[in-house]
Design a protein around this ligand. Structure first.
Ligand code: DHB
Length: 304
């Protein structure tokens, strides 16, 4: 009932693990796959190993978390070894792998992509990390020309679907969406973290995060994510994957009604545990069954 075909790939369900959570090792990805995810997304990988920011990298706030991990990753070559280790079991479970990559410019993106493509089913471009650039919280995804160049460069070397994760921190999400789709993007993932934001500890009189600021995720950003998905779906034809504050099947359905063909769950794992994927799938299925609906019936229905 929940089978979902996107880019000619069949996913056993439309509930995926989002980038950045439980994606640093192959065994963590496998664990999420065993807990019912239809696909799992890696932590964003770059050309070279990166230690990431010092602790604390995460702080809980009302309605979610701020995080500034600083894109910690072992570099693409090491990461591929992690994927090789879980490859056969992921095939056996029929769980697809989305490889998230980052870079500081289109040349870096292209190099990482060329390495990773043979080892993943779909490539996700993280052009929206607030910690990839000059340290001010801005990202490639805030500039439509830079975004377009990154997508074109990766598309020119890719034989698998390329999807692009957008930042909500822009004035016009439709403009950026059109520009990445015109450059060849096969899908859009929306949204990455909001902000960034800051928490100050009033006793030490200092920002809590070592990086001072971090991207906001969790329940509080859900209405913003839903609106972004709704707007994106009104301007592009490619599949959109909704992400931002999803913890229940009802949240997932809300995104689908806005137009999302699938969803990703990140921070939700902290609230409901590793088996959140099974739980969300069950809740979607029950909702549909009780109303005699199919998944296809609800996608974009709020727009009609
Ligand atoms: C990080 C990456 C992101 O894409 C994001 O939105 C927030 C934080 C990071 O690794 O620091």
């Amino acid at each position: 009932m929940l089978k979902t075909k996107l880019w000619n790939i069949e996913f056993k369900n439309p509930v995926f693990l989002a980038a950045g959570v439980m994606g640093e090792t192959g065994s963590a990805l496998k664990r999420m796959a065993k807990n019912g995810a239809g696909a799992v997304c890696t932590k964003s990988v770059g050309i070279e190993k990166k230690e990431g920011h010092k602790n604390p990298t995460m702080v809980e706030v009302e309605g979610g978390f701020l995080n500034a991990m600083g894109l910690p990753n072992p570099g693409v070559e090491e990461y591929i070894l992690e994927l090789e280790r879980i490859k056969s079991e992921m095939k056996r479970m029929n769980v697809k792998i989305i490889g998230s990559i980052y870079g500081k410019n289109e040349t870096e993106f292209q190099k990482v992509a060329e390495n990773l493509i043979p080892h993943v089913d779909v490539l996700e471009l993280n052009i929206s990390c607030p910690h990839a650039g000059g340290g001010y919280g801005s990202s490639i995804g805030q500039d439509k020309c830079l975004s377009k160049n990154v997508v074109s460069a990766v598309k020119s070397v890719s034989d698998i679907p390329v999807i692009v994760k957008l930042t909500p921190n822009v004035t016009d999400i439709k403009e950026i969406s059109n520009s990445v789709v015109n450059a060849g993007a096969d899908g859009i993932v929306a949204i990455n973290t909001l902000g960034p934001g800051m928490v100050i500890d009033i006793e030490s009189k200092k920002p809590v995060l070592a990086n001072k600021f971090g991207g906001m995720s969790g329940k509080a950003i859900k209405p913003i994510a839903v609106k972004n998905v709704y707007d994106i779906c009104s301007t592009v034809e490619v599949p959109v994957i909704g992400v931002g504050g999803i913890t229940t099947g009802y949240d997932a359905i809300e995104f689908m009604m806005a137009g999302a063909s699938g969803v990703q769950v990140g921070t939700g794992v902290y609230y409901r545990g590793y088996d959140i994927f099974q739980k969300i799938n069950q809740e979607i299925e029950e909702f549909l069954k009780n109303r005699d609906l199919n998944l296809k019936d609800i996608i974009g229905i709020s727009r009609k």
